[in-house]
Design a protein around this ligand. Structure first.
Ligand code: M6R
Length: 364
């Protein structure tokens, strides 16, 4: 049942190209030229703003999607973790679309946050892996992520499927609001079609990542850095690592480093830099150099050209395929997941059932 893998987590990481293909097939027309949402559909011209709420990894999917909705569709987005949102009495204006993201659809705080917006937001959507869940039932519309059953407590394929569905929603919003032309949408959709192939190339790095992880397993603290949409992924990478390997890890926006966290940099703390060659690449690299100038040991994750341009003097590298900008957070989730997985295996922790954690948190 683990399909030859030692752990469910590994099986689920390697399933990503397949389940993402299924999600793409579900939401895209057969000719790949347009998006199809389940009835009654969503008309993004009805909303002035989007509020997205979730917990844990699902929250990081929301936080990534904020960058997409704002940059691609020009819609303002507010994101919050459910345990804060449900009690902070946020005013909800009527032209608000509320999006809840939950693998299980049963997380107590997220469900309570959803109920808070019922009757206040114009429309409530749940993006979930469980179409029969409480959250799906209580929403105006539920969008399946089609990840299949996820057994590992550490969420992997659900995260990348959530991201894929949210990116398609951002494209739909851009189309409805006239921000992208039909041709531009087609270009974006055909880029999305390349995602499973790119994910396979990223998965090919698993054994190289395992070698790096053997070194990470010796550390007591690890930092993850990213800018733009790679910032939420830095947070997710740190969560994944601490959750299953019990190594203390923190994610930071690269530009925030000099406002405090750079004091943590020393020879013993690996700093993992998520640096696809997008328009923020140069800035990320200059933050990375600030770290190296203070003796930090950097693990740089970028593509071939990025490693050529910025790899001098770094501690370790992981090479990713070159990727269209919007897809980078989905692709770079793979090395983040594999680093956590192999590090946990090297440490001998219980990968699928980490201590103190439950797959679905149905109590407050
Ligand atoms: O079922 P949900 O997506 O609502 O769960 C949310 C979080 O509890 C979950 O993502 C948690 O953070 C994972 N263990 C992360 O790997």
């Amino acid at each position: 049942e683990k399909a030859g893998h030692k752990h469910y987590m590994s099986k689920e990481i390697f399933e990503q190209p397949t389940v993402i293909s299924e999600a793409l097939n579900y939401y895209m027309s057969a000719d790949g030229a347009s998006l199809i949402l389940p009835e009654p559909g969503i008309d993004f011209t009805k909303y002035d703003r989007i509020v997205m709420v979730a917990c844990g990894t699902a929250f990081y999917a929301c936080f990534t999607a904020k960058y997409w909705f704002e940059q691609i569709a020009k819609v303002p987005v507010e994101v919050d973790i459910a345990s804060e949102f449900r009690y902070r009495e946020a005013p909800i204006s009527p032209r608000t679309l509320a999006i809840y993201v939950s693998q299980s659809g049963e997380t107590a705080d997220t469900l309570a946050a959803l109920r808070y917006t019922a009757g206040k937001a114009e429309t409530i959507i749940t993006v979930t892996n469980s179409s029969e869940s409480s959250m799906a039932r209580e929403s105006d519309m539920s969008l399946p992520i089609l990840a299949g059953v996820e057994v590992g407590v550490a969420s992997t394929k659900a995260f990348s499927c959530q991201l894929t569905v949210l990116l398609m929603l951002a494209l739909k919003a851009a189309q409805d609001r006239g921000v992208l032309s039909e041709d531009e949408i087609k270009t974006q959709l055909s880029a999305l079609r390349s995602l499973p192939g790119l994910l396979n190339l990223a998965l090919d790095q698993s054994s190289a990542i395992s070698d790096v992880s053997a070194l990470l397993a010796e550390s007591s603290d690890v930092l993850f850095l990213g800018r733009g949409a790679m910032y939420p992924l830095a947070l997710e990478g740190a969560l994944k690592l601490k959750e299953i390997s019990y190594i203390h890890a923190e994610g930071y926006a690269s530009g925030e480093l000099k406002h405090g966290p750079i004091a943590l940099v020393d020879q013993n703390t690996p700093i993992i830099v998520l640096a696809p060659r997008d328009k923020l690449f140069e800035k990320t690299v200059s933050n990375m150099q600030e770290v190296m100038a203070r003796g930090g040991k950097v693990l740089l994750i970028s593509d071939e050209q990025g490693l050529k341009e910025a790899g001098d003097g770094v501690w370790q590298t992981i090479q990713m395929p070159t990727v269209p900008d919007a897809l980078a957070p989905i692709l770079y989730a793979v090395p983040a997941q594999l680093l956590a997985y192999h590090t946990a295996v090297a440490k001998g922790t219980d990968v699928d059932q980490p201590r103190n954690l439950a797959k679905s948190v149905t109590v407050e």
